[in-house]
Structures are given as C-alpha cells and as structure tokens.
Design a protein around this ligand. Structure first.
Ligand SMILES: Nc1nc2c(ncn2[C@@H]2O[C@H](COP(=O)(O)OP(=O)(O)OP(=O)(O)O)[C@@H](O)[C@H]2O)c(=O)[nH]1
Length: 330
C-alpha cells in the first residue's frame, strides 16, 4: 500500500476531506428532500429500510457520516438521501434518525460488555409462551415483563398450545398484576390477538418451539414473501442474521420478530422505575424509607401495608423485582 501516512501513493489523502473542512453546524444541510423510512433489519452495517410513503419499497442504506457513532436499530424512523430507488445494487444514506419513543435493550455478555438497544419505537412487548412442549418458565416471563415495563412498553402475554395444557396455573401468576393475555391453540381464531396488535408496533418474543413462527405466519400471510424481499435486497440466501426483523401487519401495525434476543439487560432497571408501572403500589411506596428497594424483608417498606387483593399483587410484583437478579436468559 502506501509508503507513508501522507505519501503521494496514498489515494485516501487526496480523496477524503479532512475533518476540519466539515461544514459548521449552522451551514449543515437541512435534508429537506430526505425521504422518511423505517429500519426493517440490520445486517453487518447495512440497513434495510422500508419507505414510509409512496410504494413503500425496500431500500438498502448505510449510515452517513454526520450520524457519527450514533447507532441505528430496527424500528428507527430515519431519513434517507441518495439513491432511494431500491434498485439492485443501489445504496441510500441515512442522514437523520428521529428521536426514539422507546428502546428495548439486550443484555451485555462475554462478547459485548455493553447493553445495546435492539429495537426502538415499539409500544408493546408480546411474550409468547407455550403451555406445554416446551413447559412454561415463569422466571423468563417475569424477566420479559420487567424489560417491557422498564422500556415503557405495554406487555401482552400470549399463551400457545392450550390444546395441550390448561392455561389457568400460568394465568394465576399474572392476573394479580393485570397483565393482559391471549390464549391460543392449534387452528384457533386469532381475531383477539389481531385486535391487540392493530395499530401498534409489537415486539414478539419467544423461545424456540413455543409456536412463534406459526403465529407470525398466520398474522402476516405474506411474511414469507416479505422476508424474501428483504433477502433479495440484502443479497443473502435467507434471513440468517440474528437481527430483529420488522414486518408490516395487514391493515395497520407492525410486528418485530426477534430471533436474536436471548436475554435482556436488566441491570439498569431500578425498583422505583418498575413500580411506576403499577399506580396503586407506587402510591404505597410513598411511605418507604429513602433508598428502599421494595423487596421481601425490606424494613418498613410501604408495600407491606397492602391488604386484601393487593397482597397478591405485591407478592407478584416482588417476584418480578427479584427476577432481575436471576438467570442468563431473557
Ligand atoms: N399442539 C400445538 N402445537 C403447536 C401450536 N402452535 C405451534 N405448534 C407446533 O409447535 C411446533 C413449534 O412451532 P413453531 O411455530 O415452529 O415454533 P417457534 O417458536 O417459531 O420455534 P422456532 O421455529 O424453533 O423458533 C410446531 O410443530 C408447531 O406445529 C399450538 O397451538 N398447539
């Protein structure tokens, strides 16, 4: 390559503008002609976007320099410039990312010590759990619920395979918290679920085998074709990346399939943040001593003053609270 950092043979020293030549903020382009789009999936620095207006075609894009190190994730509302034709080999540039209304983070792990945002702007977290085959795991559901409340997303529990087991034992654990739920089984009518998804952006979460693909295929009849379009644009044989994938529901609304989420980072979730999702319990904690963590055995915790049905609610809330500390999954 080049013989020296600024050697004549180094083509980059000619072609790349020096940092200092960047326009000052006040001179920056306004991107008035930028095209609004939503990020559908992310794969190795390439962002598959769907235009929000017009024919809603799928366009491949990269981040533009003014974004700097700012991350772009599935669900982000962005503005594109450049080639937004979506034609083979075309590449647009993302120049703006709209402010996010919500963020869902996955946990830090050995490969990556930072809790990263995986999906933005979703307003509902759908926790799909089979009633049997595989057995439901309360700890995982609890952690998913904590992630939802912490992210400011409404939770929805979807219990599948009711043809194999009674949903009642699972529902008992979540009824005191008022978690909305839908029970389904093989061949069931999904009208109730569709209604709960309509007009919202819902992240679907579920372990392998719980029936998530079955649901996605039923909800998005052309999911297969949609994934095909994305794959054609990304040039991959199939959707193999572990990134989330945003799919348009017929009518109004979006679902985000999440093959890559195995666990949530809940380290950032404070007890006081979680309790805000439960108005009446929040009220009880007003009498707590400073720094109270509202857990079992906390001296003088206001939650201990609960009476009647609220006692069950406090017990369930404390179970959620404790789930933050447990397990590697969800
Ligand atoms: N009995 C019964 N079986 C179901 C139901 N829903 C899905 N299944 C079956 O459960 C198995 C797993 O379903 P999938 O939809 O592939 O599950 P998944 O959660 O997407 O799992 P992965 O594809 O591994 O991610 C399949 O054999 C389905 O036919 C249900 O409501 N009742």
């Amino acid at each position: 390559m080049s013989t020296g950092r600024y050697g004549a043979e180094d083509p980059e020293s000619y072609e790349r503008p020096r940092r200092r030549t960047r326009p000052r903020t006040k001179d920056r382009p306004t991107y008035d002609d930028a095209v609004p789009a939503v990020v559908v999936t992310v794969d190795r620095g390439r962002y598959t976007c769907r235009l929000v207006e017009g024919d809603q075609s799928v366009v491949m894009a990269m981040k533009s320099r003014p974004l700097g190190r700012k991350g772009v994730v599935v669900g982000d509302r962005v503005r594109l410039v450049g080639d937004t034709s979506g034609d083979d080999g075309s590449l647009a540039r993302i120049v703006l990312v709209d402010e996010r209304t919500t963020v869902l983070r996955r946990t830090a792990d050995d490969d990556d010590p930072v809790e990263r945002v995986i999906v933005s702007n979703a307003d509902q977290l759908v926790v799909v759990t089979a009633l049997a085959d595989p057995e439901p795991r309360q700890g995982l559901v609890d952690r998913a619920l904590v992630a939802a409340y912490a992210a400011g997303m409404a939770p929805l529990l979807v219990l599948t395979k009711a043809d194999l087991a009674d949903p009642e034992p699972v529902l008992e654990a979540y009824r005191p918290l008022g978690v909305p739920y839908v029970v389904t089984q093989r061949g069931a009518d999904l009208a109730e679920l569709r209604e709960r998804l309509a007009g919202r952006t819902s992240v679907l979460l579920g372990h392998s085998g719980v029936g998530k693909s079955t649901l996605v295929n039923a909800l998005v009849p052309d999911a297969f074709r949609e994934v095909g379009v994305v794959n054609a644009v990304t040039g991959r044989g199939r959707h193999t990346s572990t990134s989330a994938l945003l799919l348009a529901l017929p009518g109004d609304g979006w679902i985000v399939d999440t093959p890559g989420i195995r666990s949530f980072g809940l380290n950032h979730v404070e007890p006081d943040q979680l309790i805000e999702a439960f108005d009446d319990l929040h009220e009880l904690t007003r009498s707590c001593p400073r720094g109270c963590t509202h857990g079992d055995g906390e001296p003088e915790c206001g939650l201990d003053e609960a009476t009647g049905q609220q006692v069950d609610r406090v017990r369930s809330f404390r179970r959620l609270l404790a789930s933050r500390e447990s397990g590697a999954a969800y």
